[in-house]
Design a protein around this ligand. Structure first.
Ligand code: PLP
Length: 323
């Protein structure tokens, strides 16, 4: 991944190559950090970059931080302003991924959370599709179980917990699938490796509840609201059996990275027709219009990066201003 030229590191904007940590950093050794994944969507016609639901991401990050006995260094409004500043300096003119990170920065041996210094960092990078595919994807249920709230809380986006996602994802991909669906310890459907999951059955949406060790996704909340307001479809949040996936009319994964990924096959069984279902397609295109700033009704979910005197750079411009 080619990151933007600047990052926010140790309280200032620096060239990305200066944003480096020691091998003794606590978070690098023990996974003691939390993060967010935010997307900016490029609208070529308007030459505008729209950041999707940025305050909600920083609010969730504050909750993750609290679970890890840390706090964000600024208010949500200040963090949003800092992010816009970074994006302008980096001058992105394509879909972009934004990664805030709060991590225990002390170079110290010893596993604990309390009494240690921590730091906030931020970088951005161009980022297209998370799963390269046209149409519907093939998934397998993972042999790994989702981390439990009583071991490593999934509702917090904790860096170390992503080993769980990596184990599931690699198993699925090396077995020839596009993604993994991970079950809870008691065998109910939890989520994808880094996405929430929905099924469609008899014209209704069903998704696992937040108490089934999912990350309470912002895309998940967006789609629940959109389904109700745009299409009059209610979502039932309840436990989902693995075999409900096999018998669903439609299914899809969703998240900031993955966006909306229709599922055509689970464990070698077709879901519905095996293609992209009708409700899935409708939600996907409504979502894509919204994030690209083409739906005025939901414009309040977007933060435009290039406003006033700050215009998006053309290809001939020198990108970035020295920090
Ligand atoms: C484990 C996990 N579940 C679900 C999601 C989807 O969350 P969101 O829609 O807020 O990106 C993510 C993505 O970050 C994730 O990592």
């Amino acid at each position: 991944m080619n990151a933007g030229r600047y990052a926010y590191f140790r309280g200032e904007m620096v060239p990305i190559e200066r944003a480096q940590v020691s091998i003794m950093t606590h978070a690098l050794n023990y996974g003691t950090g939390c993060f967010e994944g935010i997307r900016g969507y490029w609208n070529e016609e308007r030459r505008q970059l729209y950041v999707f639901r940025m305050p909600e991401h920083y609010e969730r990050m504050r909750k993750s931080a609290r679970i890890l006995m840390m706090d964000l260094p600024m208010s949500v409004e200040e963090l949003c302003a800092l992010t816009v500043d970074l994006l302008r300096r980096n001058g992105h003119t394509e879909d972009t991924y934004i990664r805030p990170l709060l991590y225990i920065s002390e170079p110290i041996i010893g596993v604990r959370l309390h009494g240690l210094a921590y730091d906030f960092a931020l970088f951005s990078a161009p980022f297209g599709a998370y799963v390269e595919t046209e149409g519907a994807i093939r998934v397998r249920t993972s042999s790994w179980r989702r981390v439990d709230d009583n071991s490593a809380p999934a509702r917090a986006k904790i860096t170390g917990s992503y080993v769980n996602a990596a184990l599931s994802k690699s198993e699925a991909v090396l077995d020839g699938y596009d993604e993994a669906v991970v079950l809870t310890d008691d065998g109910h459907v939890s989520e994808g490796s880094a996405e929430n999951i929905f099924i469609v059955t008899s014209g209704r949406l069903v998704t696992p509840p937040v108490s089934d060790n999912i990350l309470a996704g912002i895309t998940r909340a967006t789609l629940i609201q959109l389904a109700r307001e745009r299409f009059g479809i209610e979502t039932e949040e309840r436990k989902v059996d693995r075999t409900e996936l096999y018998s669903a009319d439609e299914a899809f994964l969703c998240g900031t990275g993955a966006q909306l990924l229709p599922i055509g096959e689970v464990d070698r069984r077709k879901v519905g027709t095996g293609g992209v279902g009708e409700i899935t397609e409708a939600l996907k295109s409504a979502y894509e219009r919204i994030v690209h700033g083409e739906d005025p009704e939901y414009a309040h979910w977007l933060t435009p990066v290039y406003t006033g005197a700050e215009r998006a750079p053309s290809s001939r411009d020198e990108v970035g201003t020295p920090a």
